[in-house]
Design a protein around this ligand. Structure first.
Ligand code: ZN
Length: 467
């Protein structure tokens, strides 16, 4: 059994770089069959060997380099990871290489996934039974074809070796045609008019500028607050992709094509990046916090934490964590306000980030939040000073982890007001800070105990001094 390897196909071909049409004929003789694909490529078939090779039609006259080689039965081969042609299933591929997006072209008889330079194919159903697509209908199917791209093609992220536009499974509606997106102006969401799926979490329609298309008001808001994606994080491999797109001549058509090829993974990262940038600008976050959030999001995405969760909630959670880790005082409520996700959704994502990425739980120092509430509640400066002192002391004695900083701030503000003889109700403070009165009372109990202790210590000290 031969070993199928990335970039070369077979180890035997490694010495023959670049592999060309004439070299193939030299080794295997003339092909049994030649198939022309869409004026894009010619497929040379060696049926008895179970091998096929593709070269570009445009290079027919020259000794054309082989762009892709394919393996089918009766070829016997396996990958270095031990995935065996005609024996392993897609489930094995996912188990060994990790789960990947299902890809196809409109006319392809296969679904395939790409895993580190090798594509693994299973047959589609002959009828329309493929749709609505269910993973469980396909995952136990045997891998009946593998392909390995040999030459880098500029457009290989757009079209398959047979020149057809590559699509991911998310792009198909229940009936096997593409989703038909309409914009729900009110909710600023794209939904499919046929199946009702909310599309902008899975397949966004990017406008050429890199901004997403929303309702007019939403667009204006986004345009005011966000500029194109590419200058944000040049070190995060976004720039190359955007540049490629920017230099495309027939821009609209190509942009659409480009967008549909950059299915799921890349589009996901682009959407996440632009969302981080948008929220970052609304919350006035420094660049390093945005970078932190993007790196965190990328990690979460790579580890598959996005499964079943919304991009925007995960983005919000990443930003919240990044703020905490970089000691930028922003509360979860600040973030909920500018995000489209709910408090609950973001909290869920946040918890999974901490748990799955094994992150230390960062805490915003409650002291950093004091001054903003002082001004909202219109409290005098001495209340701020005292509250700051109380929180300082609290931080030195108690662990802050797991405690909502807002509760601590509220309690400190209340006690400090009392100490400074300023009348303010618990209700007013808890409402302003955005916690329940129960939380406030719980924190107060804890803190009053500690302030009382402090008082006792102080008076004891005074007594001692007098002595
Ligand atoms: Zn649909």
């Amino acid at each position: 059994m031969k070993t199928i390897i990335p970039r070369h196909g077979l180890a035997d071909f490694e010495k023959m770089q670049p592999l060309t049409k004439s070299k193939i004929i030299e080794i295997f003789g003339p092909p049994d069959q030649e198939i022309s694909h869409e004026n894009y490529s010619i497929q040379m078939n060696y049926e008895e060997k179970g091998l096929n090779f593709y070269y570009r039609i445009s290079e027919k006259e020259k000794d054309a380099p082989i762009i892709t080689c394919g393996f089918v039965s009766p070829f016997e081969g396996k990958t270095e990871d031990g995935i065996v042609l005609n024996k392993s299933t897609m489930k094995d591929v996912f188990r060994i290489c990790g789960e990947e997006t299902w890809l196809t072209t409109d006319k392809s008889p296969y679904w395939w996934v790409e895993e580190s330079g090798i594509s693994f194919y299973v047959p589609k159903e002959s009828s329309n039974r493929d749709f609505p697509f269910k993973v469980e209908d396909h995952i136990d199917k045997t891998i009946i074809r593998m392909t390995v791209p040999l030459t880098y093609r500029e457009e290989e992220f757009l079209v398959n070796e047979d020149g057809l536009l590559i699509r991911s499974v998310d792009e198909y509606c229940i009936d096997g045609t593409l989703h038909d997106p309409i914009i729900d102006e009110e909710r600023a969401e794209q939904i499919c008019s046929k199946c009702g799926l909310i599309l902008d979490d899975h397949m966004i329609s990017m406008e050429y500028s890199g901004e997403r298309a929303f309702s007019k008001a939403e667009r204006q808001r986004r345009q005011t607050h966000g500029s194109p994606v590419n200058p944000l994080i040049p070190d995060l491999q976004m720039a190359t992709m955007i540049d490629k797109r920017a230099t495309m001549p027939d821009n609209l058509r190509k942009a659409i094509k480009w967008d549909s090829r950059y299915s799921w993974k890349q589009r996901n990262m682009i959407q996440a990046t632009s969302e981080i940038k948008r929220i970052g600008e609304l919350l006035n976050l420094p660049q390093h916090v945005k970078v932190y959030a993007i790196k965190l999001y990328r990690k979460a995405f790579t580890l598959g934490l996005l499964k079943g969760r919304s991009i925007r909630a995960m983005v919000a959670a990443s930003i919240y964590y990044a703020c905490g880790a970089e000691k930028i005082p922003r509360t979860l409520q600040n973030i909920v306000k500018v995000s489209d996700s709910t408090f609950h959704q973001i909290t869920k994502c946040y918890q999974s980030l901490i748990k799955e990425l094994n992150l230390p739980s960062p805490t915003i120092s409650p002291k950093n939040l004091v001054s903003s509430y002082i001004s909202i509640l219109n409290l005098p400066h001495n209340v701020e000073v005292t509250a700051g002192k109380i929180l300082d002391k609290y931080e030195k004695i108690y662990s802050l982890s797991g405690k909502d900083p807002k509760g601590l701030v509220a309690a400190a503000l209340y006690i400090s007001s009392q100490l400074n003889k300023i009348k303010i109700s618990q209700t007013k403070i808890s409402r302003t800070v955005g916690i329940t009165e129960v939380t406030l009372r719980n924190r107060l109990r804890e803190m009053q105990k500690f302030v009382r202790n402090k008082k006792r210590t102080t008076s004891k000290n005074k007594v001692e001094k007098k002595k």
